[in-house]
Design a protein around this ligand. Structure first.
Ligand SMILES: NC(=O)c1ccc[n+]([C@@H]2O[C@H](COP(=O)([O-])OP(=O)(O)OC[C@H]3O[C@@H](n4cnc5c(N)ncnc54)[C@H](OP(=O)(O)O)[C@@H]3O)[C@@H](O)[C@H]2O)c1
Ligand SMILES: N[C@@H](CCO)C(=O)O
Length: 359
């Protein structure tokens, strides 16, 4: 019998879906893998709830009622005091600041599973130092949901690279959020701001939708894949076409942006009006290994093309390699959404637990 103890940082769309999936799947996992999953602490940006009993369906009310302000040191002291082992920190935040805690978590015995893409997209220096720390403390860091949500993109790229396969190009619809937005927008007469609002309320966008629209989220995904195959780049080197006008950019608050998002309409409606009946707008990411170029842009595609015919929030990744020639490996499916993302996080948790000791 094995037991893992999770501290979940981030109880938003993805974090909540993860708790509910664990509640639903835990007896099956216990029977099939002899693995007990304990969620020891739930944390948002303000409060922590120390769960001393088995988590149950009243977790949301318990979190609100019994959670109280915390510092990371309180959580580290708590897990020590309770002698919890097989510790895994899940980062389901979108916080750039939070990832600065990773090294301290690792030094205090935590493996890490991250839906948050930030740790892999800060400086090359941070990226390397993090891996040195993981090696030194014999800890694992899995982040499959960083690219394509629950789709197995990172693992596929890692496996090909490890096996000596020469990857020549990765091209695709990297953003489930923008896929949903441009599928919907290209196919009806709704205003852009209505479509954006719909995507946001469905939990399909980043907490700050400008991270999607500015191309930064796709830029991050390209960088993550590039680094997996030893292309050493910084986010600032990715060529990105931003879809956010300057006056609504990251310097104003999210609520200011949302209140004024109808200001995006004119530009996008002009672009839609230029589409022929067999064309749609698509947001593309491209990584060309030979030139080392990483590029993010909005393009017009034929409806009948592989990218043009995508549905809903589907992402699609074409991985070109030497052995596969000009017929790429294609990985396609829902690329955003709390349920598919949290399932990917749960799968990473199970992978880490395979290598842990029985307690
Ligand atoms: N949604 C998707 O389809 C998808 C797919 C792949 C990856 N992801 C990634 O998953 C992550 C979470 O997305 P989401 O949609 O679940 O976001 P969300 O609904 O905004 O939830 C974020 C959670 O993180 C908490 N948080 C923020 N800063 C924190 C900090 N410093 N320490 C502890 N908790 C903190 C927030 O707390 P407060 O409520 O107190 O602010 C909130 O509970 C993001 O990094 C996103 O890129 C999402
Ligand atoms: N904004 C992200 C959600 C998952 O990270 C996407 O479009 O893929």
């Amino acid at each position: 019998m094995k037991k893992i103890n999770i501290v979940l940082f981030g109880v938003g769309n993805v974090g909540s879906a993860l708790i509910n999936q664990i509640l639903e799947a835990r007896s099956k996992i216990l029977n099939s893998s002899q693995l007990e999953i304990n969620i020891a602490v739930l944390v948002n940006s303000k409060i922590a709830f120390y769960n001393n009993n088995t988590i149950n369906n009243s977790w949301e009310a318990d979190f609100k009622t019994y959670g109280y302000p915390y510092k990371l040191s309180h959580i580290l002291n708590h897990v020590k005091k309770e002698k919890l082992t097989n510790l895994i920190a899940v980062d389901a935040t979108a916080s750039e600041d939070f990832v600065k805690n990773y090294k301290e978590l690792i030094r205090n015995g935590f493996h890490i599973v991250a839906a948050n893409k930030t740790a892999n997209t800060l400086s090359d220096k941070f990226y390397k130092e993090l891996r040195i720390e993981l090696k030194k403390h014999n800890k694992q860091f899995l982040y499959e949901t960083n690219v394509g949500a629950g789709l197995p993109v990172i693992k596929t790229v890692q496996d090909l690279h490890l096996a000596g396969e020469e990857i020549t190009k990765i091209r695709g619809i990297f953003s489930g959020s923008l896929s949903y937005i441009f599928n919907t927008f290209s196919n009806n007469n709704k205003s852009f701001s209505e479509v954006l609002e719909d995507a946001r309320t469905r939990g399909l966008t980043e907490p700050d939708p400008r991270i999607d629209l500015s191309g930064k989220d796709v830029g991050r995904k390209l960088l993550i894949l590039a680094r997996e195959i030893n292309i050493l780049k910084e986010l600032s080197e990715v060529r990105i076409e931003s879809l956010v006008p300057n006056h609504l950019n990251g310097k104003s608050s999210i609520s200011h942006f949302i209140e004024n998002q109808q200001e995006l309409n004119l530009n996008f409606e002009e672009r839609r009006s230029k589409l022929k009946s067999d064309e749609v707008l698509r947001h593309i990411g491209e990584l060309d290994v030979a030139s080392g170029e990483l590029e993010v842009k909005l393009v017009t595609e034929k409806r009948s093309s592989p990218f043009g015919s995508l549905q809903e929030a589907d992402a699609s990744f074409e991985i070109y390699t030497k052995s596969y020639g000009n017929r790429p490996i294609v990985i396609q499916g829902a690329g955003a959404g709390a349920a598919v993302t949290s399932r990917g996080v749960l799968s990473d948790l199970l992978k880490i637990s395979e290598k842990l000791e029985c307690i």
